[in-house]
Design a protein around this ligand. Sequence first.
Ligand SMILES: Cc1cc2nc3c(=O)[nH]c(=O)nc-3n(C[C@H](O)[C@H](O)[C@H](O)COP(=O)(O)O)c2cc1C
Length: 173
Amino acid sequence: MDTMTAIMTRRSIRAFKDAPVTDEQMKTLLEAAMNAPSAGDGRPWHFVVTTDRAQLDALADEVDEGNAMFKQAQAAVLICLDESLEGFKGFGPQDCSCAAQNLQLAAHDMGLGTVWIAIINVPPRVAGCRKVFGVPEEMTPFALFPIGVPGEELKAEVRYDESRIHNGRWVKR
Ligand SMILES: Cc1cc2nc3c(=O)[nH]c(=O)nc-3n(C[C@H](O)[C@H](O)[C@H](O)COP(=O)(O)O)c2cc1C
């Protein structure tokens, strides 16, 4: 899939088939995530990866408010922010966001589905991730991604919006 096609057709997938995700696919996802740009090339991230059924089920209950998606997912990736590695202080969330979007686009390119589950700034979800994965206090759970073969098909959306564009000078609308 070419880059523009991946960007324009990716959707958040919250239902998964009972079909395996391979170790090789997981490695490719992590390669894509770690190839993201980061401020000062700091790469202030760690990735907690699981394909363990009991852990995936626990994520549904402890993090995702009992929703079914982690019970269906075959794998999950938690991106954690390590502030001690930030190339420039305070830029870590932006760096982790770049890794997160690379991961989502790579999954789509491989025919896998995922959705960004917000963790940072959601205290009960942060606590759930620490409990399920044993993430230490000095690391900040940032965003969680269930991974699987899509069990739903969502149409591409065109969200281009001229009213958000200001040519040369800000136009008050
Ligand atoms: C920072 C961020 C946080 C999000 N958090 C959640 C979440 O907690 N749960 C969820 O189901 N989707 C979450 N999403 C997915 C959005 O709901 C989704 O991207 C949006 O509705 C647009 O749909 P699309 O991804 O299919 O294009 C999040 C997306 C982003 C970028």
